[in-house]
Structures are given as C-alpha cells and as structure tokens.
Design a protein around this ligand. Sequence first.
Ligand SMILES: N[C@@H](CCC(=O)N[C@@H](CS)C(=O)NCC(=O)O)C(=O)O
Length: 218
Amino acid sequence: MTLPILYSFRRCPYAMRARLALEAGGIEVELREVFLRDKAPELLAASEKATVPVMVLDDGTVLEESLDVMRWALDTSDACETLMPDQGSMRGALALIERMDADFKPHLDAYKYLYRSDQVAAFAAREKALPFLQELDGMLAGQAYLYGQKRSVADIGVAPFVRQFAHVDRDWFYAQGWENVKPWLSAFLESDAFKHIMKKYPKWVAGDDVTVFPPSEV
Ligand SMILES: N[C@@H](CCC(=O)N[C@@H](CS)C(=O)NCC(=O)O)C(=O)O
C-alpha cells in the first residue's frame, strides 16, 4: 500500500498543525522533510507554490494548504471526533483558525522578521497582534482549551503560531498578563502530541528509505 506523501518542515507552524491533525487521526503518511532553502525537485514538481506542508494523495490529488490537510484528516479519520470542540461547532473552530491566519499571522511575521533589524517597526507589529491574543485569553478563561475542557482542532491550529510569537522574545512574552494563554501554551508544548510531531528528521532526498509518520516512538 502506498502512503500519502507529506512534504513537511519541522519548525514550520503550518506544517506542525497539519502533522498534529494527522497524528490525532492516527493517519500514517510518508514524511519527506524539506529544507526551505533547498527544496526537493519532487516538491517543486508537485506544487508550483511549494510552501510546506504539501500532501500528495494516492490518487494524485495535491493539498497545498495546511488547512486543507487538516480538513482532509478530519474527513477521513477519527480526528473529527477526537478534535471536535465540546463547545460550539467544528465550523466555528475552523473559522477561528482562518481568522488567525488573516488577522494575527501577518503581524507575527512582521514582528519576527523585523525584530533584529528595526525594533520600532517590530514593536508596532507586535502591538497589532495583541488583540487576537487577548481574545484567546478571554476564550480560555475558566477552561483548559479554546472550546471547552478538551483539545479541539482550534487548539492545534492556533497554538503553533502562539508558540512562534512567544519565541520571538520569551522574556517579554512571559512577563505579560495573559494568565490563561500562558498555561494553555505550556500544556501544548509539554503535550505528548506535540513531542510526537516534533521528532527530528534529516532532509529527505529521493531514494531514501520511507519515513513513516507519526513515528512509532519519539
Ligand atoms: N497558507 C499556507 C502557508 C504555508 C507557508 O507559508 N509555509 C512556509 C513555511 S512556515 C513556507 O513554506 N514558506 C515558503 C518558503 O519559505 O519558501 C498553508 O497554510 O499551508
């Protein structure tokens, strides 16, 4: 049986959420670790835009967006049940992820990329990212996860980006209020699922043995 192929990059938050959704559904794929500065020709042939993650299914279908990989995992496995919010709806949880991509991620990118070269601009971008974090903090009041007391698709879709935001300047991040976001992020970082999907792999080249993801052990 041929497995779907997942082109992935360990540290990419989009690839993380795709891997988390696959892991939640117990879906096995052939993982091909990509180096962004030296992308495999096979990735470039499968996807013109060649961002990660990219998933190539058995029938040749190519999923070029992390959210499409997540939706595919929800549709084809137990992930739909495992990652179903216990408050609100799956649709609402997915909409939160889309809103994060549109309203938070651009400011996160500017903050991260300008941090070393232009702190005034970086801090202005950081300021613009704050309303979304404050919204998350409000959602997490009195509950462990964004949509209740169980992990849902929203948590795995959003947390990798909050991690990236926190890591730009950890001292500053952990000195802020966000009394609900901080424990939520810590629980995510310490979760078995996160450890499982963060296993390190060497760069894939054609001819390598197949790497099956999720790994049987971390
Ligand atoms: N909208 C895409 C964005 C994916 C994305 O931008 N991934 C980054 C890495 S985190 C990437 O591949 N960038 C292209 C590059 O660096 O060449 C998704 O959700 O999958």
